[in-house]
Design a protein around this ligand. Structure first.
Ligand code: SF4
Ligand code: SF4
Ligand code: SF4
Ligand code: FES
Length: 914
């Protein structure tokens, strides 16, 4: 429904229920605003947007007054302009008016309107507040309340966008002020430094501390790109100084498809690694005679020398020991185009399928499990669709507010605003557990690690026992139901409770909530996948969603949250040992013939190659002779690091291509300097299958080169022509051989089209929801999954179960986040979470250093005493080299996906002096 009104003598049609401000904006008419922001609830506080409305008593605030049919509005009446001038004058009576020294200069909404209305600093001064400038110790937010105009945008951003509820008004009248918490420092009030409040502040009262000094610089270029940390796929602008060529700030942009103005601390403040002094700038060749300099044990080399050596060694290994003596680690940090080229190099040039990447260590069980039961192994729905349309979130093995923060915050917003119900199944009491607005509609199932199948089967038993399953859906769309049912009926809630440690009544309650709140969306991450039963865990979750008819519908789906920025794309582009790009099997003769034709080669291998852990094992036994590692760091991210170190030492030849001298690079024979995400063009594919551009904003340091160029140069030297002028050209080749990317082009992406694969051809619009109407494999396959105990259970000698993960302020092996001042200020050293009762029994006090030992190795970290973990459970991370849990984890693999069981290791814990 629309109405017709007149604004400034022009007839305007506008949606019924909209405001005058919105109608004016749509008609190209600007009305000044300060407290309004399109993302936030309008409160009509500043009165700058006042307009004259015929027949109305007095001026009306355009941001809160709804349009009516026949309304006559004058936005530029003398009364309105005079009122705005007065508002601006009054604001200036309590404002420092030192624009030239303010970080907000040039980007300040108050300044803009003051200039536009020609307002002078008034003679009369009001009650001028005097706050301490820079009053908060936050490492990332500069607070200067002298500049605050009490618009309340930070208050609403913290409530409505970030759902942290930290900013608020205190006092009333002349003493009204905006304060954090109860007048506390931001961090004490619970601030997690997302910077959303800064992004919405219209003046210089809140500013990004790492960018102080740059706010006033007018000569900055903004380059739209995609975040290099997690798989949410947030977009933002890198602000680059035209003088120094350095990134000075990250600013959010309302039209970013996944995140809008929201970002997390890593995306907004974790960019300073780009210009770190520790960046690799030259190729390096091992030389034990070099004892000092930047990299003792290595000498600098030209690109020609280094690449010739790498080419010679890789060819030699292939010719002497056979194609499978060479292995390639690709990277979820690199672009789609680079991953495509790496698997092409491995397959077409080295003639091996020994190419894999860290998806093997995070979501290979998701890919294997979902491909088996549904026909494709990716998140079925979109972020907005699942978070907004679901009636219930079932979150398991995902600490969403820390690992996929923008999705986690959207969940919190919907829980609060729409009353979305929440079930968290997680061995830890994560932040989401405390979040439900309606405690009756939320549940935390704290299962013993490694008992997921039993727990989920117990829930499904209860659904079946009550006849809550979606019979019509099961009959119309699935197969394998009888065998599945037979298995599930062996898990009455009491038995599931005995295995999982979750009370039977909670299992029943979970089933009831799921039955009553449809559609429900299931989300998971590595808490589900990193088990010897990872593939079964995933298939069991798919069973649950098929049982309830929740797949192929808005607000439902099976939604694995992919870890790294481009782990989805790296899988899609075939850096997996069993599939070509687009999940085309290497064992299928048709696919082999197709790629032989496309790449102009003969003799592609039809044998499934070695996975990451298998390549490390083969290096250990001497079967793998040469390894090429592109932007991966197995010496931090692989299980059982002592074993990895021995394996790397036994290789004849190791090449590491990276942006830093990583823990793995120390063992390399040749180190090649790559370019980071800000220094090259390409695409990443986010967790919701959205293909997005990254763009070159700054030059790479020294002679470092984009990874795609290095791979092309190397292939040429190995006798295979790879001459692409740009990543766009590589993408055109990808589209030609990868059906799910068939219609993806830079032209479409740069024109702003939003493409979620499958994108079949140049006119296909992409696919926001998978499996609508029919599954990719035809019928969805129910599977019968039994409980199997984890590989390693606690014993007298190793009485604790250790589970692993990441924290908000760091990312994976930490090579980027440990080089970010802002992030290190939040989380400077390794910690383990231990229950206070366990700590007290072991004589461990808060903050003391402890040693954690398994049968394979040990590490030290500071103790954090918290009931986030249950008795007998500890939690640690792999962000810091010496405090890395992977000295203790084991390489026990899921038989199908070959993913290691990071999530369960038996360890002992003791206090140490450090
Ligand atoms: S930075 Fe983010 S978490 Fe901190 S107060 Fe602002 S909105 Fe809240
Ligand atoms: S700090 Fe900024 S956003 Fe918050 S009330 Fe003051 S001026 Fe508005
Ligand atoms: S949520 Fe993920 S993609 Fe978004 S800013 Fe944070 S790390 Fe980057
Ligand atoms: S913008 Fe309308 S009252 Fe502030």
């Amino acid at each position: 429904m629309s109405v017709t009104l007149t604004i400034n003598d022009t007839a305007v049609s506008a949606p019924d229920g909209g405001t005058i401000l919105e109608a004016a904006k749509a008609a190209g008419i600007t009305i000044p605003t300060l407290c309004h922001h399109p993302d936030l609830t309008d409160v009509g506080a500043c009165r700058l947007c006042v307009v004259s409305v015929e027949g109305a008593r007095g001026l009306q605030t355009a941001c809160t007054t709804p349009v009516r049919d026949g309304m006559v509005v004058d936005t530029e009446s003398a009364d309105a302009r005079a009122a705005r001038t007065f508002v601006l004058e009054m604001l200036l009576t309590d404002h420092p008016n030192d624009c030239m020294a303010c970080e907000g200069n040039g980007d300040c909404e108050l300044q803009r309107w003051v200039y536009e209305y020609g307002v002078e600093v008034p003679e009369h001064s009001g009650r001028r507040h005097s706050y301490q400038p820079d009053s908060d110790p936050s490492p990332v937010i500069l607070v200067d309340m002298n500049k605050c105009i009490l618009c309340g945008r930070c208050v609403r951003a913290s409530y409505e966008v970030q759902v942290c509820d930290i900013w608020n008004f205190s006092q009333r009248g002349f003493t009204t002020a905006v304060v954090a918490g109860m007048g506390q420092a931001l961090r004490d009030a619970g601030c997690v430094s997302c910077g959303a409040c800064v992004a919405y502040c219209p003046v210089g009262a809140l500013f990004d501390r790492p960018s102080v000094g740059w706010g006033r610089a007018t000569s900055q270029t903004k380059v739209r790109t995609t975040c290099n940390y997690c798989g949410v796929g947030c977009q933002f602008d890198l602000n680059v100084s035209d003088h120094t060529g350095r990134v000075t700030r990250v600013t959010a942009t309302p039209d970013a498809p996944a995140n809008g103005m929201a970002l997390c601390v890593k995306g907004r403040y974790g960019y300073d690694f780009i210009h770190s002094d520790e960046r690799l700038t030259e190729p390096l060749i091992r030389d034990p005679s070099v004892l000092d300099g930047r990299f003792p044990g290595f000498r600098e080399a030209s690109w020609d020398e280094a690449l010739n050596l790498v080419a010679e060694k890789l060819v030699h290994s292939r010719e002497t020991y056979g194609p499978d003596s060479v292995g390639y680690f690709a990277s979820a940090k690199c672009t789609n185009e680079e991953n495509y080229l790496m698997q092409k190099l491995a397959r077409a040039v080295s003639k091996t399928n020994n190419v894999d990447h860290c998806a093997r260590l995070c979501h290979s069980s998701t890919v294997a499990g979902l491909a088996t039961v549904l026909g494709s192994g990716a998140m079925t729905n979109s972020i907005d669709d699942t978070t907004e349309e679901a009636k219930l979130y079932f979150v398991t093995g995902s600490n969403t507010t820390e690992q996929h923060p923008v999705i986690g915050r959207k969940m919190l917003k919907m829980i609060r605003e729409k009353g979305t119900k929440l079930i968290v199944a997680d061995p830890r009491r994560i932040e989401l557990c405390d979040a439900a607005a309606d405690p009756a509609g939320s549940l935390h199932l704290q299962q013993r690690p490694g008992t997921d199948v039993a727990l989920f089967n117990g829930i499904m038993y209860e659904i079946l026992a009550n006849g809550w399953e979606d019979r019509a859906y099961i009959e119309a769309r699935t197969e394998g139901f009888d065998g599945f049912r037979e298995m599930v009926m062996q898990f009455p809630p009491e038995r599931a409770a005995e295995i999982s440690g979750v009370p039977a009544e909670d299992i029943r309650e979970a089933a009831r909530l799921l039955a009553e709140n449809k559609p429900a969306a299931v989300f998971w991450a590595m808490g589900i996948t990193q088990h010897t039963t990872g593939t079964m865990n995933v298939m069991t979750l798919a069973n649950l969603q098929m049982l309830l008819g929740n797949i192929g519908v808005p607000g439902g789906g099976v939604n694995p949250l992919r870890g790294q920025n481009n782990v989805q794309g790296a899988c899609d582009l075939g850096t997996l040992s069993n599939v070509y790009p687009g999940y085309q099997r290497v064992t299928d003769p048709d696919h082999k013939a197709k790629f032989e034709r496309a790449w102009g080669v003969q003799g592609l291998s039809d044998q499934v190659g070695l996975t990451i852990v298998e390549m490390i094992n083969a290096a250990h036994t001497g079967d793998l002779k040469a390894l090429y590692v592109m932007a991966e760091n197995p010496m931090t991210s692989d299980p059982d690091l002592n074993h990895v170190r021995e394996a790397l030492e036994r290789l004849d030849f190791l090449v590491v291509q990276d942006i830093f001298m990583t823990e793995t690079a120390h063992y390399a024979d040749v180190v090649l300097p790559g370019a980071c995400f800000a220094e090259k063009d390409g695409t990443f594919t986010s967790t919701e299958r959205r293909v997005q551009r990254i763009r070159k904003a700054v030059d790479a340091p020294g002679v470092a080169r984009p990874d795609w160029r290095i791979l092309c140069d190397l292939a040429m030297r190995m006798g295979y022509p790879m001459a692409y002028a740009s990543p766009a050209e590589i993408q055109d080749e990808i589209a030609a051989v990868t059906p799910i990317y068939g219609g993806v082009t830079y032209r479409r992406l740069d024109a702003g089209e939003q493409l979620q694969w499958p994108v079949r051809d140049a006119t296909h619009p992409g696919t926001p929801i998978l499996h609508v109407g029919t599954f990719t494999r035809g019928r969805g396959l129910f599977t019968a999954n039994d409980h199997i105990e984890p590989h390693e259970c606690p014993t007298t000698d190793y009485p604790f179960t250790m589970t692993t993960g990441r924290v908000l302020y760091h990312w994976h092996g930490g090579s980027q986040t440990r080089r970010s001042e802002a992030l290190m200020a939040h989380y400077p050293e390794p910690r383990i979470e231990i229950h206070p009762d366990d700590a007290s029994r072991l004589g461990i006090a808060e903050g003391e250093w402890v040693k954690v030992t398994s049968r394979r190795g040990d590490f030290v970290a500071r103790a954090w005493l918290t009931d986030r973990v249950a008795l007998g459970l500890i939690f640690g991370t792999f962000h810091f080299p010496k405090g890395n849990v992977n000295w203790a984890t084991g390489a026990f693999l899921d038989p199908k996906a070959k993913i290691p069981e990071y999530k369960v290791s038996a360890v002992k814990v003791e206090r140490v002096h450090h």
